[in-house]
Design a protein around this ligand. Structure first.
Ligand code: ZN
Length: 453
């Protein structure tokens, strides 16, 4: 079978950006932090000595751009998921997965040139959770049950609908979460239809969730910036009418918070991620593939550069207005990005607590100085999940003194975690100001496991 058969399947399963949409893993390179970083790395300072903000001409975060990590997810990808295929059947170059990857790479280059760290959730035509379906000539890596629902795979009638999609999207969320990305940007292109018939309109729309621990505030702000940026930049070069549909709170799988209990509106726990985004996540439907002129624009280098510039502007607006934020990492970590492990379960796991004294690097990644009295807190929770989707009950204050760092400043502190459990557990380490932790404000906690994956 050839790509034509794949197109048919893609048409069946790939409603763009919905729970039914499905990205898919090939034996490509492991996802990685972008190697191109500003030359702002400092020699390791003595414990407790404040490392000054390096300063830069970064547009996104001038005080210390290398301390920011943006995760970019190019929607769809792999042999089995082209996203919205080319409705005019001009081939894979015109499919959603190809355009989203090109835009993602363009955005990566803009951010890297600005000194910002980038995690490419996929940097090839690949998927993270399996892509193996010989009937459609897809011979990617074997399927993995990433979300822990007991199902994995594709094409078997006994599988719950959307199994492949949920495992794939969970793997993508896990990579962003365990990298402690400051923001996750999911790039999609819409294919509006009415009664199954494509509607020839062009517009931009951005989705987010308002159910995070930090409410809607930070995530909506990110969505607004992204939406405005893409609308402005695409509008400036489009020779046809485009719409601005604004932002909308909608729990698509990628932007949904973890669902701890089912609710009347959401009776099916399967339809939510097991471990939702721990940072502001947005899903941008940057344009529409159904209007031929827009599709041609989005396939062009000029159109892709415009979308990337819009996303970049949105990120700059977001980080330029984020007051209280932190990056917490192991003092000797190289990049903090997990590498996939082999097996048939989740590919991404937290690092194990290192032997000996635990050195943490704390960096102020907001635009406000940290309040006096901010303190490090940590707690363990027993779990067979790779990591925690929310803070454990009861966080203990750690003994280290945390200075009131200014924007971009960092410090290395040595701490002792609460006693490690005798069964597998994961430690959750955050900063607390009064009753609120920074994890509750969208800066992911550092998570370390009691044992190696
Ligand atoms: Zn899509």
């Amino acid at each position: 079978m050839n790509r034509l058969a794949v197109v048919v399947v893609a048409l069946l399963v790939a409603a763009c950006g919905t729970e039914a949409s499905s990205p898919a893993l090939t034996t490509g390179p492991a996802p990685s932090a972008d190697a191109t970083r500003a030359a702002s790395a400092q020699p390791a300072p003595a414990t407790g000595v404040v490392d000054p903000a390096p300063g830069s001409d970064s547009v996104v975060y001038a005080p210390n751009p290398a301390a920011i990590e943006v995760a970019i997810e190019a929607g769809h990808g792999g042999c089995l998921d082209w996203g919205v295929p080319d409705p005019s059947e001009r081939g894979p170059a015109y499919a959603e997965e190809t355009m989203t990857l090109a835009i993602a790479r363009e955005l990566r280059d803009l951010l890297a040139a600005d000194g910002i760290g980038v995690i490419m959730i996929r940097d090839e035509d690949e998927a993270l959770a399996g892509d193996d379906y010989p009937p459609l000539d897809c011979h990617g890596p074997p399927w993995r049950d990433v979300n822990g629902d007991g199902f994995a795979g594709f094409g078997d009638d006994d599988l719950p609908e959307g199994t492949r999609t949920r495992d794939e999207l969970q793997a993508r969320l896990d990579l962003a979460n365990l990298s402690a990305a400051d923001a996750l940007v999911s790039i999609h292109i819409n294919s509006p239809t009415q009664d199954g018939v494509p509607v020839e309109v062009a517009f931009t729309e951005t989705f987010y969730t308002d159910e995070t621990a930090w409410g809607a505030s930070e995530t909506a702000r990110l969505a607004e910036g992204i939406q405005a940026g893409v609308v402005d930049h695409l509008g400036a070069i489009a020779s046809y009418e485009r719409g601005d549909r604004g932002i909308a709170a909608h729990n698509f799988y990628m932007v949904a918070p973890p669902l701890f209990e089912t609710t009347e509106e959401r009776p099916d726990a399967l339809r939510q991620p097991t471990r939702g985004g721990l940072m502001p996540v947005i899903l941008a439907e940057v344009g529409s593939i159904t209007l031929r002129q827009e599709q041609d624009l989005l396939v062009s280098a000029e159109g892709q550069a415009a979308v990337a510039a819009g996303l970049f502007d949105g990120l700059a607006a977001f980080f330029g207005g984020r007051d209280l934020a932190a990056r917490i990492g192991l003092a000797d970590a190289v990049d903090g990005v997990p590498r996939p492990v082999d097996g048939d379960g989740p590919p991404f796991w937290p690092a194990a607590v290192p032997e000996g004294p635990l050195g943490l690097r704390l960096t102020n990644t907001g635009i406000a100085t940290w309040p006096e009295g901010i303190e490090l807190v940590a707690g363990w929770e027993l779990t067979q999940q790779p990591y925690l989707a929310r803070a454990p009950e009861g966080l203990d204050r750690l003994s280290a003194d945390v200075p009131a760092l200014g924007p971009g400043e960092s410090v290395v502190v040595e701490v002792e975690l609460p006693a490690m459990p005798d069964r597998r557990g994961v430690a959750w380490i955050s900063l607390r100001d009064g009753s609120t932790t920074l994890a509750d404000r969208g800066s992911p906690a550092l998570q370390l496991a009691s044992e190696a994956p």
